[in-house]
Design a protein around this ligand. Structure first.
Ligand code: HEM
Length: 522
């Protein structure tokens, strides 16, 4: 059961000994210094009912933009307020680290950028940023379209086989979540590692190991007690044994790739890279910029997230045939029968907006995680409080991107899928300290970003630790979606309500995103 109440009003009514004990722990942990903060209290069982991020939304409606979530012995501060989020992510970014997230990811990503402590992060971010140069991205559009084409050809082949074998064969059923997952893995393999996973068309031990590792990362992000830190667990617990063997397969593969990159490196390559001459470079991948831990980080960060964006874009579009037709009219006008190029991406405005609107409704990940490195005072939020709450050192913070993106305080019809919303200009709702929504605040940007909505829109985070692959992922998603809709009409196989959400690092469809693909009649 869930008990929600504000500490400003009544004492919590504890129903059993366990709850009493957890309240005691919570109070000890938070030391009373979070005392005036509204509090939502949950029982351990709440973690198994529905995804946590959905419960955080209900509590946001009840308790407002900053509240404390007490879960047994754990207490988190949940932020759903753009002014406070901006403070934590940008204005005061170096007073926080990745806390729980770093603990979970460190065994997998080591000192990679996502979990990295501040000192490591500063060095590595500086080294990696040049790798995502605009000309590199331009060169990658070809990789995106080549890989997407393989996915389309595979679907067309299945369709043909069906046409031959049955009369009602103009439609195939596919789990698009799985297809997009393979596609995104192939793309990240080629563009970051210069390695062809070939997962759209076949399975390999490395792919299986990558999935196994992602699966474990997800398990760790939702499991209560970090038993994996207890060394014998590696040998005793079967899933931990499997995790260790998966890691070994990936590490051996990465070592091979790094070795290969070293051996085949030609001095002229370095010159071409320095001159940003990607078109004449045999291997334009990022291998030369990255260390092992960064490679692993890119593999995980760049694969699941992009696949999830495409999956939810299809889910939303499939419920809106008029929007599919509008998208297809744009694709026909811009691309005809051809493949997208960097130049044509600029003209695919509606497809780009579909991608960002899908990220608004289904942000990946739905929560950002931080921990205070010193005592902090949060700013007052959208309700106009002059000063916010004091939080002690070591406080765990969730910034709920999902809540921000669906907040009725900052968006019209927040639960509706309306890609066109990003074209509107809007006043600030009179909220002091929040600059409001204004696309002209980010001139020249191909995609709407956190600046235009002053941190009420955070699909890639914000501030210094903002996603390094944002443009890469957005372009990749635009290309893949455009190429799918160019050839097919898409419907969900069952009613939308039958698609069940589960969340780990990203939001998944529990039983896949089963869709009907029908060849487009022109
Ligand atoms: C960080 C989202 C694709 C690499 C982040 C963060 C978010 C995010 C929200 C910030 C995390 C935080 O503040 O705690 C996404 C989404 C993607 C995507 C939604 C796809 C649609 C990619 C790709 C790559 C990538 C394709 C690399 C090729 C990274 C890295 C960081 C990061 C390295 C850490 C940056 C740092 O701490 O300096 N991503 N990402 N991401 N992402 Fe992405």
């Amino acid at each position: 059961s869930i008990r929600c109440q504000s500490t400003n009003t009544k004492e919590p009514k504890s129903s059993n000994i366990l709850d009493n004990a957890s309240n005691l722990f919570t109070n000890l942990l938070s030391g009373g210094s979070l005392g005036s903060m509204p509090t939502a209290e949950g029982a351990v069982s709440d973690l198994f009912g529905k995804p946590l991020f959905l419960s955080l939304y209900d509590w946001f409606m009840e308790h407002g933009g900053v509240y404390k979530l007490a879960f047994g012995p754990k207490a988190f501060v949940v932020i759903s307020d753009p002014i406070v989020a901006r403070h934590v992510l940008r204005e005061n970014a170096f007073s926080y680290d990745k806390g729980v997230l770093a603990e979970i990811l460190e065994p997998i990503m080591g000192k990679g950028l996502i979990p990295a402590d501040l000192d490591t992060w500063k060095l590595r971010r500086r080294a990696i940023t040049p790798a995502f140069h605009a000309l590199y991205l331009e060169a990658m559009v070809k990789v995106f379209s080549d890989c997407s084409e393989k996915m389309i050809l595979k679907s067309e082949k299945l369709l043909k086989e069906k046409e031959v074998s049955s009369r009602e064969g103009d439609t195939i059923e596919l789990d698009l979540e799985t297809e997009f997952s393979s596609l995104a893995l192939d793309i990240i393999g080629l563009s970051v590692f210069n390695y062809d996973f070939g997962s759209v068309t076949k399975e390999s031990p490395v792919i299986k190991a990558v999935y196994g590792t992602l699966f474990e990362a997800e398990h760790r992000s939702t499991f209560y007690f970090p038993y994996w830190n207890f060394p014998p667990a590696r040998w005793i617990v079967p899933r931990q044994r499997k995790f260790q063997s998966d890691l070994k397969i990936i590490n051996d593969c990465l070592d091979g790739l790094i070795q290969n990159a070293k051996e085949t490196r030609q001095e002229t390559d370095v010159e071409k890279l320095q001159q940003r001459d990607y078109s004449n470079l045999k291997d334009a991948s990022l291998l030369r910029f990255l260390l092992r831990d960064d490679l692993m980080t890119m593999l995980i960060a760049g694969h699941e997230t992009t696949a999830a964006v495409l999956t939810w874009a299809v889910y939303l579009l499939a419920q809106s045939p008029a929007k599919i037709r509008k998208a297809q009219a744009e694709i026909d006008a811009v691309l005809g029968e051809g493949a997208p190029t960097y130049e044509s991406l600029k003209k695919l405005e509606y497809i780009r907006l579909i991608v960002v609107e899908s990220l608004r409704l289904y942000p990946q990940p739905p929560l950002l995680i931080r921990r205070t490195l010193k005592p902090e005072t949060l700013p007052g939020g959208y309700k106009g409080e002059k000063e916010g709450h004091k939080v002690p050192k070591g406080t765990d913070i969730f910034i709920s991107v999902y809540n921000l993106h669906r907040s009725p305080y900052f968006w019209d019809n927040p639960q509706e899928f309306e890609p066109e919303r990003f074209l509107r200009t809007k006043e600030s709702n009179g909220i002091e300290g929040w600059a409001g929504f204004d696309p002209s605040r980010s001139p020249g940007a191909l995609y709407p970003n956190e600046i235009i909505a002053d941190f009420a829109f955070l699909p890639f985070g914000g501030g210094p630790r903002k996603c390094i692959g944002d443009q890469f992922a957005l372009m990749e998603s635009t290309v893949a979606l455009a190429m799918l809709l160019q050839k097919f009409d898409v419907e969900l196989r069952g009613p939308p309500e039958s698609v069940e959400l589960v969340s780990g690092a990203t939001i998944h469809a529990k039983n896949g995103m089963w869709c009907k693909l029908k060849r487009r009649s022109k």
